[in-house]
Unconditional design. Structure first.
Length: 651
């Protein structure tokens, strides 16, 4: 008897599955995507089972609209992974599957088109730490390893040699990177080494490109997948190795449902399979450092640069009393570097011209109409812009509140730095990289290529210039204001500041012995800045762990974050109070409720936001309690509830 009915789940916060009859044309089977009527709309769904028997119950069964695949594109392993994600991260099976399986479009041929050419020489001789790391991992029986190595210590070559071994043994590899747009050098390196065995996976691919790559992975044509966070779901068989490069990066954590962490998914995927997870960074997350200290992750140190360049000299400069954005010390070093025929990178984690409009008479600050954040002035577009929701308005010449003419713009962004540097050094060639200047396709890669070839003297930018870039001509790195991440009301702000300084400093002097880093700050004695400049990583991590232990924060306690958001402030406040009341039972165990309280950024895109944090010493017990509560909690109309397990951002 043919299978007349199918069970379908959707990318919606409603538990399924839902039963449908086979369509008039085509046959749907488990593992296929379909279109089906659901709540007055035709929606894409995922078939998780099929049956010949009509389910019990007196209800009308609708027919599928159409079948989108000619063969299954996901199997038992993806279903099992989706079920684990749904259970772990408080979402439905359909929401989990939609984050794993590519969207529905017909296939078409794609290729990887290089935008730049790099010559990559495979080093014949490895450094001693590289050789020791490869030997320890390839012969080791442990599941989790960490390459704790300074920037430029050759971690990439270790990853590639181990990948080579896995592929030669008939196994497959997932290579995770924090941000695919910044890894063109690496992609070319991997492609040059492994050719057609490589698939590239990231959110910028079209739906048809994703399906093409997905099918190459499923068929075994592609056995090494390099990509950002979601590449951890790649449907590879005989998985031997998952690499998590720059493990400390927050971008491995999804900010949308399901709010999974790629590192946690990687660890789950290899459980009991004999495969291994290798993580690496010059600045491990505090959680990973703690796990290494406890011996739950094998630590492999790589303390020296393979190119021979010494670690740069780092100087911290106080900005107190200095009126402009570039201190005399930094200006002098930029000039000296240019005279030597070398290059400078200037880093500031804030785009725009200035980020703070205020009235000196009444104290008025110009905030976004829809978010509780200040607007940033963008001189290029002549607009005040919100970096959270995109709202913009014209700047003003009088205070909207009191009419005073005594107004001003304070602080500075990348636009302002570009103007200041151009005035100080009119003869130097400057390139600016931020999301404002790289909207045009290919612009980012072109600027990086030109800078690498020496067509610019100074590269100025935001996070884009901080990560993974390797430029032989760079002697000087200037961190224009190291305080920007310190001021965030988040217990991880010190860790982020420390990591940023160490990582950005790593761009300096990679192929020379006189690399220089100048860190400008108003808070020169803060541990994160002082110890990063001194390169004293053990002191920073031990001090940070001591503070976390005292504050009862991760890694000693686990966190759950519940955010209620909606347009109606009173309703949001009422719902979050009710949630707090319903969860009060959890405090009788080894858990504690913090809140409810407004989120640090209380309003985003005209949505009011309130939060509750649950802090616990017993993750399993707290998770089971919250899962049971969440499954039975009646979701309110007009208020959205976000559940976040192990949040990395509390803003």
């Amino acid at each position: 008897m043919s299978e007349r009915y199918v069970q379908v789940v959707f990318n919606l916060p409603v538990e399924g599955p839902f039963t449908y009859a086979q369509p008039e044309e085509g046959r749907a089977a488990a593992g296929m995507r379909v279109e089906a009527p659901f709540r007055q709309k035709i929606r894409q769904g995922y078939v998780i089972a099929s049956t010949a028997e009509r389910p019990a119950g007196n209800f009308k069964i609708l027919s599928l609209k159409r079948v989108l695949d000619t063969a299954p594109i996901f199997g038992e392993e993806q279903l099992e992974m989706a079920a684990w994600i749904a259970g772990r991260y408080f979402c439905t099976l359909g929401e989990a599957l939609s984050s794993i399986v590519p969207g529905a479009k017909q296939e078409r041929e794609i290729g990887f088109t290089p935008t730049e050419e790099f010559g990559f020489n495979i080093p014949e001789v490895l450094s001693t730490p590289q050789g020791q790391a490869i030997s320890a991992i390839s012969s080791g029986k442990d599941s989790f390893y960490y390459l704790f190595g300074v920037t430029g210590s050759g971690k990439t070559e270790v990853y590639l040699r181990l990948s080579e071994m896995e592929l030669a043994a008939g196994r497959s590899v997932i290579y995770l990177v924090p941000e695919i747009s910044l890894t063109h050098q690496l992609i070319h390196q991997v492609k040059a080494r492994f050719g057609d065995l490589v698939a590239v996976w990231h959110s910028k691919l079209t739906a048809s490109q994703k399906l093409k790559e997905w099918n190459r992975m499923r068929s075994g044509t592609a056995r090494l997948v390099i990509g950002a966070r979601s590449a951890v779901f790649s449907p590879l068989s005989s998985l031997g190795l998952i690499i998590v490069d720059e493990e400390h990066e927050n971008s491995y954590k999804s900010s949308n449902t399901p709010r999974y962490h790629a590192r946690q998914v990687a660890m789950w995927r290899i459980n009991g399979s004999g495969a291994k997870v290798i993580m690496g960074s010059a600045t491990p997350s505090v959680e990973a450092y703690h796990l290494m200290k406890e011996g739950r992750i094998v630590r492999l140190d790589m303390p020296e640069r393979v190119s021979g360049g010494a670690l740069p000299t780092v100087e911290v400069v106080s900005m107190s009393g200095i009126q402009r954005s570039i201190s005399p010390e930094l200006a002098e070093e930029i000039q000296r570097t240019a005279e030597m025929g070398k290059q400078t990178i200037l880093f500031l984690n804030r785009r725009g011209f200035s980020y703070f409009f205020h009235c000196r008479s009444c104290g008025y600050e110009m905030q976004c109409r829809h978010c509780s954040v200040n607007l940033t002035y963008h001189k290029g577009s002549g607009k005040m812009v919100c970096h959270y929701c995109g709202y913009s308005r014209d700047p003003v010449s009088v205070c909207p509140q009191c009419g005073s003419l005594d107004i001003g713009y304070s602080g500075f962004g990348t636009e302002k730095i570009e103007e200041d540097v151009s005035q100080l050094f009119p003869n130097l060639r400057i390139a600016r990289l931020d999301t404002d200047t790289t909207k045009k396709k290919g612009k980012l890669q072109q600027v990086l290529k030109d800078f690498r070839e020496g067509q610019y003297d100074i590269l100025l930018g935001t996070q884009m210039v901080a990560k993974g870039l390797n430029f032989p001509g760079v002697r000087l790195v200037g961190i224009v204001l190291a305080d920007s991440t310190l001021n965030l009301p988040d217990f991880r702000s010190g860790e982020r500041t420390f990591s940023l300084i160490v990582q950005v400093s790593g761009r300096a002097g990679r192929f020379m012995n006189d690399g220089r880093v100048i860190v400008q700050s108003y808070k020169t004695m803060v541990s994160a800045i002082r110890l990063a400049a001194a390169g004293d990583l053990p002191a920073f991590y031990e001090e940070e762990l001591q503070i976390r232990r005292q504050l009862q924060f991760p890694p000693f306690f686990r966190l759950f974050r519940i955010v209620a958001r909606g347009k109606d402030r009173k309703k949001v406040e009422r719902i979050i109070r009710e949630i707090g009341r319903q969860l009060s039972e959890i405090e009788k165990g080894p858990s504690e409720i913090l809140g409810p309280s407004p989120c640090p950024i209380e309003v985003i895109a005209a949505n009011y936001r309130q939060q509750i944090l649950i802090r616990t010493r017993n993750f399993g017990k707290a998770h089971a309690f919250l899962r049971k509560w969440y499954d039975h909690f009646e979701k309110p109309q007009g208020v959205y509830i976000e559940m976040d397990v192990d949040p990395v951002n509390l803003l």
